[in-house]
Design a protein around this ligand. Structure first.
Ligand code: NAI
Length: 242
């Protein structure tokens, strides 16, 4: 059974990815400040017959990433599938954006995924097999008002994923990006009913996305059936970007 690490796997889209992949993989739920929530997800998976564990991993710290990978490798040998899901927002319009807001978002969303991916491929290269999936965002493709830091970090993930696909395709390591549109989670909980109606008007499919809309595509990209897909960006956005 392949071992999957889901960063930020204890809530929202990450939780849905953890529970969906646990149907056919051993899942390690990465958490940073939410050990209890991660344990709840692990228990939920165990109750439905799957295998899971949790690990503390702060992706913005190289030391924390190294520690978490060492723990997983000691227990299971390798991380075969890496889901770079963890991310943050610190929104502000560009004239008001503080350097700290810019640096924090780039450090977590982009540099954090560099740390995890670089660490994961060590073992994937030895195994001559691996899957890396990045959860970017439609705003990494289109940009967004008040989100220059977040959009730049999410666009950066696309460049990172495509480069990995070219460097490591010959070793059976694929690297793909999912670009979610609006998905109902803590990250979008600030949207009121009027905001939601305005968003739905722009969509072809007339509802806000659910975490499962993303985790089902992640599951497909982890399958052997998708082994010929690499370096791609798949928007999952109800038609927002068409
Ligand atoms: P969320 O805020 O519910 O979950 C984010 C997760 O990342 C949390 O578990 C959090 O603890 C973790 N995290 C934050 N900083 C971390 C760090 N330094 N190290 C490790 N973990 C850290 O958000 P949601 O909506 O579930 O988002 C998941 C991913 O999907 C994020 O990358 C987000 O940018 C992306 N996304 C979300 C969209 C949405 O509409 N909800 C749309 C497009 C992309």
């Amino acid at each position: 059974m392949k071992t999957v690490l889901v960063t930020g796997g204890s809530r929202g889209i990450g939780k849905s990815i953890s529970t969906t992949l646990a149907k056919s993989h051993l899942v390690v739920v990465g958490y940073v400040n939410s050990r209890d929530k991660a344990e709840e997800v692990v228990n939920e998976i165990a109750e439905s017959g799957g295998s899971a564990n949790s690990v503390e991993i702060n992706i913005s710290s190289k030391e924390s990433v190294d520690r978490a990978f060492a723990t997983i490798e000691d227990a299971y040998g390798s991380v075969d599938i890496l889901i770079n899901n963890a991310g943050i927002t610190k929104d502000n319009i560009l004239p008001r954006m503080k350097e700290e807001e810019w640096l924090d978002v780039i450090q977590t969303n982009l540099t954090g995924s560099f740390y995890t991916s670089q660490r994961a491929i060590k073992q994937m290269m030895k195994n001559k097999w691996g899957r890396i999936i990045f959860i970017s965002s439609v705003v990494g493709i289109s940009g967004n008002q008040g989100q220059s830091n977040y959009a730049a970090s999410k666009a950066g993930l696309i460049g990172l994923a495509k480069s990995i696909s070219k460097e490591l395709g010959s070793r059976n390591i694929t690297s793909n990006v999912i670009a979610p549109g609006y998905i109902e989670t803590d990250m979008t909980s600030f949207l009121d009913d009027e905001n939601k109606e305005n968003i739905i008007e722009q969509l072809s499919i007339k509802r806000i996305g659910k975490p499962e809309d993303i985790s089902n595509v992640v599951a497909f990209l982890c399958n052997d059936e998708s082994e010929y897909i690499t370096g791609q960006v798949i928007p999952v956005d109800g038609g927002l970007t068409t």
